[in-house]
Write a protein of this length. Structure first.
Length: 747
C-alpha cells in the first residue's frame, strides 16, 4: 500500500501499443531462437570428420600444409618410413617454388619440339604445335627433355631414425588429424615405449613445427634426396649423393642453417630447437667395420630430454638472401614452437568459421554421413594442396604426377570451389599467375596465326608449354580464365566486383580475342565451327573432330561473359559487335536420330565405337558445368544423361566425372541421380581415410575429384542463377534435409 500512489492507470491506447510491442518483441525473439537453432555448429561438423589412423597403412598418410607448401606424414607423425609409403600416398615435402632441371647438356630448345599442322583454319596458316614427336630423333629427345624439365622436387624427408623392422614393434597406434586446428596428433608404443608426436605447418611460412614426447631418446634424421625426374613417383633418388650436396652454413647451440645445391637449384633449410639437443651429419660404419663414412646429405637432431621441440623451415634461393647471411642470424629471429602451433590453430579456426559449411546430420539417407566426410576432408585437402601462388598439380604437394607440372584444363576443377565456398582469396592467389603466363600464351597464339592469348595445357612456374601429343590440341582450358575471374567478381562484395574487373579485364579481353579468332566461319551453313582440336574427352583425334558439345557450349558462355565484362569496362565499342555476331552463329550441339548428343558433330559413331564411351563423358558438361543456353535441348540432354548412366564404361573414367554428372542431373531436375552420381560405387570415385580421391595404382590421389565434389555440392545446395528452389540438387522426399551456409550459387 505504501507504493500504490505511484501506479497510474494506463489508457486504452497505451495498452494497445504495449500489446503490439509485446507481440513484435515475441516475434523477434522467436525469430532469434529459430535463427539460433538453424545456425550450424561448425566445430561439431568439422571435428566429427577428423581422420583417424590406427595402423601403418601406405594409403592412410596425412598432411599438414598452407596451400603452397605441404608435409605428408606416416603413422609416426613424421616421415619415418618413406620406403613403405612410396607406392601409396608418399611422404612428400613439396612447395610451389621447389623445382629442378637436369643439366641441358645437349642444348635442347623449345622450337625443336614444334611441328606444323594445317587444320584448315580461316587464317590459312599451318600453325606449329609443341608435340612429343615432331619428326627426327633429335626432336623426340628434345621433347622428352622439355616434358621432364623442370620437375618438382622433394625438399627433404624428416622422420624418426627407425629401421624397417621397427614397424613390427609399433603398437597401439592412434593418429588423428585435428581438422579444426590443422594439427596432427600421433600416439604409439615402440617396443613398449610410449611416444606422442604433434605436427603442424605454419600458415604463412614453409615451416613445420613438431613436438615429440617420450621417455626414450629421440633421434630425428633429415635426409635430402636428388630428383628422379620421373613422370609419377615420390621424386626421391637416394642413390645419387654425388650429384648434389648439403652444406652447413651456420651451426649454433639451438639452430642450424643448411644450403642445398642440386645442379642449378639452390634452397635453404633452417632447423631450430628448444632445450638440449645436438645436430650432426649422419655417419655410419662401412660393411668391413673399419671406416667411419660421413653421409653427405643426411643429418641427425638428437635429444635425450623428455620433450623435443623443433621447427624446420624451407627457404627458396630467390628469397631475401640477406636474411640468411650468417652475420645476421641470431636467436631473435627464431619463432617459438608454441607460437607456430598457436598461429596454426588461429589460421584454421578462421578458415572453418569464415567459409562455407554443410551439415548432413539431419539427413535420413544412410549415405549422408559418408558424403559429409568427403566434403569436409576435401575442403581441408584443397586448402592444404591447392591454395598457393601457382596452379596446382593434379596430385598437389604430395607426390609428382606428370613430372610435378600442372594442367590448366584442371584449374577449374581445383579452384572454382574456393570462390563458391567463401574463400575467393585462395582462388585469387593462383589466378594471378596468369599475368606471368600471358607472354607465353600470346606467343603460342601468334605461332598458330591467331589473335589474343592461347593458354597452354601442361606447364610449370615459367609458363613454358610442355610438348604433348594431346595437350597442345586442347582448348577447353581457354575459357577457364574467364569463368574463374567471373566467380571472383561475383564474390567481391567490397567494390561490387569492379576491383576484379579492373584487375583481370585485359586478360579476359585477350582470352576472348583468341576464342573469337579461333572459331571458323562456315559460309555454306552460315555458322561458326570449332575444329582442329582434341576435346575434353581425349579419345577423339584433332584432325577429325569438329564441334564437340562441351567446347561449343563453353565458347558461347565464355564469349557472352567477356562481352558483359567489356560493358562493365565501357569498352563495348571495341569488340562486342563482331563478338556478338560470332557468338550468335556458333553451331548448335549435334545429336543423332535417337535424340542423343554426339561426342562431336563428326563423331557419328558415338554410341557404337568404344572410343566414344570411355574417358570423360564430357558432352554432359555442356549443361551442368555450363548453365542453360539456347544451344542446349533439355530433352536431348536428359536422354543423353540416361544413356550414359546405363551404358558408359565407368571403369575408364576419372574422379571429376561423377561431380560433372551430378551437376547435369541437378540442372535437369533429377536430384536423386545427382546424389547417386556423387556416391557411385566405382574405383575412381573412392575416397580414402584422408579424403583423397583414389584413381588407380598410378594416381593414388586426384585432387580434381575433390574440387569437383565441392563444386557439385555447392550447386546442389545453393543452386544457380535463376534457380529459386532450396537445395535443388537433393531429393525432397525427406531423406536429404541438408543444412548449409556461406555457399555462393553458380552461374
Amino acid at each position: 500500500m505504501y507504493f500504490t500512489h505511484l501506479f497510474v492507470p494506463l489508457s486504452q491506447e497505451t495498452n494497445e501499443l504495449l500489446n503490439k510491442m509485446k507481440k513484435y518483441l515475441m516475434i523477434l525473439m522467436a525469430g532469434f531462437v529459430l535463427a539460433t537453432q538453424a545456425q550450424i555448429n561448425r566445430h561439431t561438423v568439422v571435428a566429427r570428420n577428423n581422420p583417424v589412423v590406427t595402423a601403418i597403412d601406405s594409403l592412410a598418410s596425412l598432411t599438414v600444409g598452407n596451400g603452397g607448401f605441404a608435409f605428408t606424414v606416416d603413422a609416426t607423425g613424421l616421415q619415418s618410413f618413406p620406403d613403405t609409403y612410396r607406392n601409396g600416398i608418399p611422404l612428400g615435402t613439396m612447395s610451389d617454388w621447389g623445382w629442378h632441371s637436369f643439366p641441358n647438356t645437349e642444348g635442347y630448345q623449345a622450337h625443336e619440339a614444334l611441328k606444323a599442322y594445317d587444320f584448315g583454319h580461316h587464317n590459312g596458316i599451318a600453325g606449329t604445335y609443341s608435340v612429343e614427336n615432331a619428326g627426327t630423333e633429335r626432336q623426340k629427345e628434345a621433347a622428352n627433355y622439355l616434358r621432364a624439365n623442370p620437375h618438382r622436387i622433394h625438399l627433404g624427408c624428416i622422420g624418426l631414425d627407425l629401421k624397417s623392422y621397427d614397424q613390427k614393434g609399433m603398437k597401439d597406434i592412434h593418429q588423428e588429424l585435428d581438422l579444426w586446428n590443422g594439427i596432427i596428433n600421433s600416439r604409439f608404443n615402440l617396443w613398449g615405449n610410449p611416444y606422442s608426436v604433434t605436427t603442424a605447418c605454419h600458415p604463412d611460412r614453409d615451416m613445420i613445427a613438431v613436438t615429440i614426447e617420450s621417455g626414450q631418446e629421440k633421434n630425428i634424421v633429415l635426409r635430402f634426396p636428388y630428383p628422379t625426374g620421373k613422370h609419377t613417383d615420390d621424386a626421391c633418388d637416394w642413390e645419387a649423393d654425388n650429384k648434389h650436396n648439403t652444406q652447413v652454413l651456420v651451426q649454433e647451440p639451438q639452430y642450424v642453417i643448411l644450403k642445398r645445391t642440386l645442379d642449378s637449384t639452390t634452397y635453404y633449410i633452417k632447423v631450430c630447437w628448444e632445450g638440449e639437443a645436438t645436430f650432426s651429419r649422419d655417419k655410419h660404419v662401412t660393411p668391413n667395420g673399419d671406416l667411419l663414412v660421413m653421409e653427405p646429405n643426411n643429418f641427425h637432431l638428437y635429444s635425450e630430454e623428455n620433450c623435443l621441440k623443433f621447427t624446420c623451415e624451407f627457404i627458396p634461393e630467390d628469397h631475401d638472401k640477406t636474411t640468411y647471411e650468417p652475420s645476421l642470424l641470431n636467436k631473435n629471429n627464431m619463432i617459438p614452437i608454441g607460437e607456430v602451433f598457436e598461429t596454426t590453430r588461429n589460421h584454421w579456426n578462421t578458415y572453418w568459421n569464415e567459409g562455407g559449411i554443410v551439415d548432413f546430420s539431419h539427413c535420413k539417407d544412410p549415405r549422408a554421413k559418408e558424403l559429409e566426410r568427403r566434403v569436409v576432408l576435401s575442403q581441408y585437402l584443397l586448402a592444404v594442396n591447392c591454395a598457393g601462388d601457382t596452379p596446382p598439380q593434379e596430385t598437389g604437394l604430395t607426390y609428382n604426377s606428370w613430372f610435378g607440372k600442372y594442367h590448366l584444363e584442371m584449374i577449374w576443377w581445383h579452384q572454382a570451389q574456393f570462390a563458391l565456398w567463401g574463400h575467393p582469396e585462395l582462388l585469387e592467389r593462383s589466378l594471378d599467375w596468369y599475368f606471368k603466363a600471358a607472354p607465353k600464351a600470346r606467343e603460342i597464339a601468334r605461332r598458330q596465326g591467331f589473335d589474343g592469348l592461347r593458354w597452354m595445357k601442361m606447364t610449370d612456374p615459367s609458363a613454358e608449354e610442355a610438348p604433348s601429343k594431346v595437350g597442345s590440341f586442347l582448348i577447353w582450358q581457354q575459357p577457364h580464365l574467364i569463368y574463374l575471374a567471373e566467380l571472383l567478381r561475383r564474390a567481391d562484395k567490397t567494390s561490387n566486383g569492379m576491383r576484379i574487373v579492373n584487375k583481370y579485364g585485359d586478360l579476359v579481353e585477350e582470352t576472348a580475342r583468341f576464342m573469337f579468332d579461333f572459331a571458323d566461319y562456315d559460309a555454306k551453313n552460315d555458322r561458326y565451327v570449332l575444329k582442329g582440336i582434341i576435346p575434353a574427352q581425349e579419345t577423339l583425334r584433332a584432325a577429325e573432330t569438329v564441334n564437340p558439345p562441351f567446347e561449343l557450349s563453353y565458347w558461347h558462355w565464355g564469349m557472352q561473359t567477356a562481352m558483359v565484362w567489356q560493358q562493365r569496362r565501357n569498352r563495348t565499342y571495341i569488340y562486342n559487335k563482331v563478338w556478338n555476331g560470332m557468338t550468335n552463329k556458333l553451331s548448335s550441339l549435334a545429336y543423332n536420330t535417337d535424340q542423343l548428343y554426339l561426342a562431336a558433330e563428326t563423331a557419328t559413331d558415338t554410341y557404337r565405337d568404344i572410343r566414344f564411351t570411355s574417358d570423360h563423358p564430357a558432352l554432359l558438361g555442356a549443361f551442368g558445368i555450363m548453365p542453360y543456353s539456347p544451344q542446349v535441348n533439355r530433352r536431348v540432354m536428359r536422354n543423353t544423361l540416361n544413356w550414359i548412366w546405363d551404358h558408359w564404361n565407368w571403369n575408364k573414367t576419372w574422379g571429376w566425372d561423377y561431380p560433372m554428372v551430378a551437376m547435369t542431373a541437378a540442372r535437369l531436375n533429377e536430384p536423386q541421380k545427382a546424389v547417386d552420381a556423387l556416391l557411385m560405387d566405382k574405383r575412381t570415385n573412392t575416397y580414402l581415410v584422408s579424403g583423397h580421391n583414389y584413381q588407380d595404382q598410378r594416381l593414388r590421389l586426384y585432387l580434381p575429384g575433390n574440387g569437383g565434389l565441392l563444386t557439385a555440392v555447392a550447386l546442389m545446395c545453393a543452386g544457380w542463377d535463376g534457380c529459386t528452389e532450396k537445395n535443388p540438387g537433393f531429393p525432397h522426399d525427406g531423406s536429404w534435409d541438408v543444412h548449409w551456409e556461406g555457399i555462393q550459387r553458380m552461374p
